[in-house]
Design a protein around this ligand. Structure first.
Ligand code: S3P
Length: 429
């Protein structure tokens, strides 16, 4: 599907955006490992979390979906999964592939994981190597660097892991493997990545502790079933925040968005850029902080410098931050972001090449990008690289570009945000 967009007058209104992708994955996954029925309210019915749901159905878990968007998972306990009849296809979802590896490594049966062409090129050694240290029996393409992976599950050895990169997917994989280990497993990160796993497992009664950058998890105890409600996804909200901040005359209120501090580095960056953003109506929803986010165009964004320590908390906002940078006075520099090269696409390369097509002056570095701000992009044909966040970022850029912009391969927005283009259109009608 190609989508054509042009410059718009202003964006005004109050919107509710789709549920959080990371929390939806974890809710279905952990509820499957708990004993009894867990009700997940407001589950994200998008391609990625649906890959996780299908995977656990393939592992013998009953998951019922109601029309309301609620999902009822009947977990069978940590040791209640059964050997899948076929290969488990994780689709485009790194979270599915990496987290489930930790579960399958500790379950006494054979399983095979694969994914789509993008996922098959993403590094899996970051989970395979530490899982092997725990005694896991895993083989895979190129010696275990890439999917497909095959796992012969067995009891694991508790191990202390020190991660070379901050990654919630790797951390969560090892925490889950730790549930199947013979003692206390610990995982230490160089910077703090998103902590939804820690929060949810603690609420389910796991023996989990957090001390600074180290998470420890006790093997053995069973997880309690839990009813939970998923807030809207901050990473989806980021596109609408950016749109409201760069399209003249805009004013947008985004309702009930998850504002977990491990996810909201963009709020701090926007503060430094001088953006008019306010959080209202703060509350706690199922152990996660939530607020309404109000954004208003003021036309005085300033360039910023973003360094390595900030990257984990803006990991999924890099593409849209590049778009914001095109409308900020001065040169915005984002460095220490080499992880962006191994996401659903090489996001540094993708943003550099597509923004250049729109006439933006920039320089690409191995670990980031520098973007000259306050340019008026010129509409043209751009690519999504099959990456949902590149497609949505280009849509936001198109709102301030002269002429028409055609985004090729735009249906990939369904990976995290079905209805993205309709929501955007509804705001400028
Ligand atoms: C995710 C963690 C992040 C993020 C991804 C979702 C998760 O990846 O980019 O979209 O749900 O744990 P890394 O932790 O590998 O950086």
């Amino acid at each position: 599907m190609n989508v054509e967009l042009g410059k718009v007058g202003n964006l005004k209104g109050e919107i509710v955006l789709p549920p959080d992708k990371s929390i939806s994955h974890r809710a279905v996954m952990f509820a499957s490992l708990a004993k009894g029925k867990s009700l997940v309210k407001n589950f994200l019915r998008a391609e990625d979390p649906l890959s996780t749901m299908q995977a656990f159905r393939n592992l013998g878990i009953t998951i019922q979906e109601a029309e309301s968007g609620n999902v009822l998972v009947t977990g069978k306990g940590l040791h209640g999964l059964s050997e899948p009849f076929d290969v488990i296809n994780c689709g485009n979802s790194g979270t599915t592939a990496r987290l489930i590896s930790g579960v399958l490594a500790g379950n006494p049966f054979f399983s095979v994981l694969t994914g789509d062409d993008s996922l098959k090129q993403r590094p899996m050694s970051r989970v395979v190597l530490p899982l092997r240290e725990m005694g896991a029996d895993i083989s895979g393409r190129a010696g275990g660097k890439y999917l497909p992976l095959s796992l012969n599950g067995k009891p694991l050895k508790a191990t202390d892991h020190s991660l070379p990169v901050a990654s919630a997917q790797v951390k969560s994989c090892l925490i889950l493997a730790g549930l199947y280990a013979d003692g206390t497993t610990s995982v230490t990160e160089p910077y703090k990545s998103r902590d939804h796993t820690e929060r949810m497992l603690a609420a389910m009664g796991a023996g989990i502790g957090v001390h600074g950058l180290t998470v420890s998890i006790a093997g053995g105890p069973h997880l309690n079933a839990l009813d939970m409600s998923v807030p809207s996804d901050f990473s989806s909200a980021a596109f609408f925040m950016a749109a409201a901040l760069i399209v003249p005359g805009s004013e947008v209120l985004i309702k009930s968005v998850g504002i977990n501090p491990t996810r909201t580095g963009l709020l701090e960056v926007l503060g430094e850029m001088g953006a008019a953003v306010e959080l209202k109506n703060r509350q706690d929803v199922s152990g996660e902080p939530v607020a309404d986010i109000y954004c208003r165009y003021e036309g005085n964004l300033r360039a910023v410098k973003v360094g390595k320590e900030k990257i984990p908390s803006i990991i999924d906002e890099f593409p849209v931050l590049c778009v914001l940078a095109t409308q900020a006075e001065g040169i915005t520099e984002i460095r220490g972001a080499e992880e962006l090269r191994v996401k659903e696409s090489d996001r540094i390369k993708a943003m550099a090449s597509e923004l250049k097509k729109l006439g933006v002056e920039l320089e690409e570095y191995p670990d980031g990008i520098a973007i000259q701000g306050r340019t008026e992009p010129k509409g043209c044909d751009v690519e999504s690289y099959g990456d949902h966040r590149i497609a949505m970022s280009m849509a936001i850029a198109a709102l301030v570009a002269g002429g028409k912009t055609t985004i090729h391969n735009a249906s990939c927005v369904d990976i995290s945000f079905p209805g993205f283009f309709e929501t955007l259109r509804a705001l400028h009608r």
